[in-house]
Design a protein around this ligand. Structure first.
Ligand SMILES: *[C@@H]1O[C@H](CO)[C@@H](O)[C@H](O)[C@H]1NC(C)=O
Ligand SMILES: *[C@@H]1O[C@H](CO)[C@@H](O)[C@H](O)[C@H]1NC(C)=O
Ligand SMILES: *[C@@H]1O[C@H](CO)[C@@H](O)[C@H](O)[C@H]1NC(C)=O
Ligand SMILES: *[C@@H]1O[C@H](CO)[C@@H](O)[C@H](O)[C@H]1NC(C)=O
Ligand SMILES: *[C@@H]1O[C@H](CO)[C@@H](O)[C@H](O)[C@H]1NC(C)=O
Length: 792
């Protein structure tokens, strides 16, 4: 009710967005906040009364004393910052000052019992099931990585021996340890401390121009700081907190877990133009992880020194709207991402920090602005070159033709189910089919597969793309092994010995030699050893069959493109299902690869974290393990395993981990996760390539096939210079839909422990592919908000 009054204003704002480009970011942010708030009471994010009615929430806990809510020692708890956050959030569309959010996080006292139970739970899971547990301790040397050894057993012990300042510090220390694995499928976070998202009002991108690495302004959120305007866009950020800006971002990225490749980590810290998953014709800039964090940033403000001289020098016609040089101290803001009401620290703790607390958070669109915002910039940068013609666009992928009439671009944004309901019932398969049909009709003979910032999704969807490109790809291209720990072996054996009430994690795998599902434990007992690895692993297994792949299977004569006419373009952040797909294309068919961004002159991997498969919901995982274990607990051998069984993590802790490892197609004894494959071609971002993908694509074509871009005369260039938007012609649809979409897609939270990856989603018990897709969407519905923040 409260919010319905604000909705018309939202609509109005959005309708004028195209002409008021500079305001678009602000508008999207605000509408998102309003709509998300509304979603608490109705709409797709509806929660059970258990959470929305605080009285009921208290009832859930009435039998359980709430410990340590009020501290008598810590000065922070003199003031109830959570109460302040709740009040301010109501009044300010969910924007909370830095120190208030920080104070709320630091309110809760350290509890050694939570520490011990958490460490025991994390350890039990990782010891028996984390497939890289051994190799993490002595990783092979990898070029341009900064991957260090992580002895999990010892490090977890050390944390267990430590007394922390408060509860927050304990959980973030543990998260930081897991992040050192640089395996984004493997993360620890506590949902208690995911309820605020810290953002900067400015986001930056990295380029190599004029012979040096530079940092530039990507977007501004003037709503958060009135001094900002789009006049700053594309100006150089020379210094951050008094130090050279590039070094500061590089230093920040160094310790993050997004990838084992240094260049990829850097790319991820910077802003990026992301494919819009609603299928709308707008792409959106994401803030990048430097400007958006879930950990409390060390200081309340960041000082930016911004120099616009070269921007305005290169374009004397445009009158500067901002000072040539500015020094701005910009404050962090916290966005309230809570999905359940709270009024003070006590209710905050009940709702978000307890064993039964809500595991989901709201997500925001922070992507600022449509391409219209930058039309002036683009006019300056495009140098008469013409934008590619978009020939097909859906929520998962868009297809373009360069103006040579032969080179097509297949931009695949994700293999993860669209989070939208109601709108865009496009299936993934039809998006791919229709796009390939459009490329064929357009007469494409060369193909750039743009996988920048694709963080994966459903494994069968990646398979479908592989099969579409190469119709006679073998039936089981992805081969895995699992950790054959004593507990894993016992559970696998129980799976096939006793009737299981639950679906065992060890059921449903397929023997790649026969194509049949494994039906006894011989694939994991006794197990095999791998060169250079400690402990035992299962024999090779593969996924269940992907039925939809049949529809596109055939002879490679049916392939639209020859392998030498295909190139993969990534920013290295092609993870999980995307990584597995790209690696298969490269290893099986010799598809060449180009990586963009990173450090100038350094080789860069074209994929990250192929992993294998992730167990993302520990609550579910532990309950399944325990149920399978129960079937053997009576039979003698169960006893000795008892202490290895993981217990649910306390206080809303969340653990995800890789539990099977995918093997390289060209080096079948090596796990892809630790096998570095650098790209063949290396390119740098420039402002033009960052803003206008068409320019990048032409430059890729030039680099790979030596076909130089042909500038068109400006009169010829009847298309506007704005790159990706087709705002005038695009079917923007009903304004409300787009806002709604904006709300539910938007920016992901990005954090150290890089949960933001899309995992390879393991879908249970799929009968048919259609059903599987539905199942994925069902699963998605349940944990949508949580996944949305965790993954991507
Ligand atoms: C919220 O807004 C109301 C009405 O404008 C005002 O009375 C109240 O003091 C505000 N609360 C906070 C915490 O700003
Ligand atoms: C933890 O503490 C115990 C007893 O104080 C000590 O023996 C052990 O070495 C410590 N472990 C680590 C990893 O610090
Ligand atoms: C953060 O603040 C502290 C103390 O206020 C200061 O010493 C430190 O230099 C600041 N760090 C940065 C990166 O500005
Ligand atoms: C990556 O792409 C997703 C969409 O697939 C987008 O939501 C997200 O903001 C992008 N993130 C970055 C850092 O590019
Ligand atoms: C994990 O699974 C449990 C049990 O099915 C479910 O209640 C919970 O909501 C899930 N959590 C997330 C974050 O999806």
């Amino acid at each position: 009710m409260v919010f319905s009054a604000t909705l018309p204003a939202c609509h109005h704002s959005r309708q004028v967005k195209k002409s008021l480009g500079a305001q678009a970011s602000r508008i999207i942010l605000l509408c998102a906040a309003v709509l998300s708030a509304q979603a608490r009471v109705s709409g797709p994010n509806r929660l059970s009364p258990e959470y929305t009615d605080l009285t009921k929430a208290f009832e859930r806990f009435s039998t359980e004393p709430i410990v340590n809510v009020v501290s008598t020692t810590s000065p922070a708890s003199q003031v109830d910052y959570c109460a302040q956050a709740a009040a301010i959030s109501q009044n300010s569309s969910g924007i909370v000052p830095y120190h208030v959010a920080k104070g709320c996080y630091q309110h809760f006292d350290f509890d050694p019992r939570i520490r011990d139970d958490t460490i025991d739970g994390v350890r039990a899971n990782l010891e028996s099931f984390y497939v890289f547990y051994d190799i993490a301790k002595s990783p092979p040397p990898m070029e341009n990585s900064d991957l260090g050894p992580v002895d999990l057993a010892q490090s977890l012990d050390a944390i267990k021996n430590t007394t922390f300042e408060n509860d927050y510090t304990f959980h973030s220390t543990l998260g930081g340890l897991i992040a050192k694995l640089q395996d984004p499928h493997t993360t620890y976070k506590n949902m208690c401390y995911q309820q605020f998202l810290f953002i900067q009002p400015i986001s930056t991108y990295g380029v190599f121009e004029d012979g040096r690495q530079q940092v530039k302004v990507a977007t501004v959120l003037d709503k958060l700081d009135q001094r900002l305007s789009t006049g700053f866009v594309d100006c150089e950020v020379t210094h951050i907190d008094g130090l050279p800006a590039f070094d500061v971002v590089a230093e920040f990225a160094k310790t993050k877990s997004y990838s084992k490749d240094r260049g990829v980590r850097l790319n991820k810290a910077f802003s990026y133009l992301a494919h819009d998953r609603t299928g709308s014709s707008y792409d959106r800039y994401s803030l990048g992880t430097f400007a958006q964090r879930s950990k409390i940033p060390p200081n309340g403000t960041v000082e930016y020194k911004i120099d616009c001289t070269s921007k305005y020098d290169s374009d004397p016609a445009s009158a500067p709207t901002v000072p040539m040089q500015s020094t701005l101290d910009l404050a962090w803001s916290a966005l309230d991402a809570t999905m359940a009401p709270y009024y003070d620290a006590t209710s905050y703790r009940i709702q978000f920090c307890s064993d039964d607390s809500i595991q989901t958070v709201k997500k925001f669109v922070l992507d600022s602005a449509s391409a219209d915002d930058f039309s002036a910039v683009k006019a300056r940068l495009h140098e008469g070159r013409k934008k590619a013609r978009e020939i097909y666009r859906g929520p998962y992928a868009s297809f373009h033709m360069l103006n040579d009439g032969t080179t097509a671009v297949f931009r695949l944004g994700t293999e993860s189910p669209n989070k939208l309901k109601g709108e865009n019932h496009f299936g993934f398969y039809s998006n791919i089919d229709d796009g390939f049909a459009a490329m064929e009709e357009a007469g494409a003979t060369k193909l750039i597969i743009d996988l920048q910032n694709n963080s994966g999704g459903i494994i069968c969807w990646g398979r479908y793309v592989l099969q579409t490109l190469f119709p006679d790809t073998v039936e089981s291209p992805y081969i895995y092994t699992l950790k054959a720990s004593p507990l894993a072996q016992a559970l696998a054996k129980a799976t096939f010995t006793y009737t299981q009430k639950t679906s065992s994690p060890y059921a449903g795998l397929v023997d790649p030699n026969t194509g049949d599902e494994v039906s006894d434990e011989s694939w994991i007992i006794p197990g095999t050893s791998l060169p250079g690895r400690e402990g035992y692993f299962s024999n090779k297994v593969t996924d269940r069959y992907c039925p939809a792949v049949d529809d596109v299977s055939g002879s490679n004569d049916d392939a639209l493109f020859e392998p030498e006419n295909i190139v993969i373009l990534t920013n290295g952040f092609c993870g999980s299902t995307c990584a597995v797909l790209a690696l298969q294309l490269h290893e099986r068919y010799g598809i060449r690869t180009a990586a963009i961004g990173g450090y100038h002159g350094q080789s860069m991997a074209f994929t990250s974290f192929p992993g294998g498969a992730v167990q993302a919901n520990n609550t579910l995982w532990v309950s399944r393990i325990q149920q399978v274990y129960q079937t053997i607990s009576g039979d003698g051998q169960g006893q000795s395993l008892e202490k290895m069984i993981p217990q649910p993590l306390p206080a809303n802790g969340q653990l995800a981990f890789t539990f099977r490892q995918v093997l390289s197609a060209s080096h079948p004894d090596q796990v892809s996760e630790y096998l570095r494959m650098p790209s063949e071609f290396r390119m740098d971002y420039t402002s033009a390539r960052f803003r206008m993908p068409s320019i990048l694509w032409e430059d890729v074509r030039h680099e790979v096939w030596g076909v130089a871009p042909v500038p068109t005369s400006s009169s010829d260039n009847e298309e506007d210079t704005g790159e990706e938007e087709t705002g005038e012609t695009g079917e923007a649809g009903d304004p409300e839909d787009e806002i709604e979409s904006a709300m539910s897609i938007g920016e992901e939270e990005e954090e150290e422990q890089q949960a933001e990856m899309e995992s390879i989603v393991v879908v249970e018990d799929e009968e048919s592919d259609e059903e599987m897709e539905r199942a994925a969407e069902e699963a998605d519905r349940e944990d949508a908000e949580w996944m949305q923040r965790r993954f991507e």
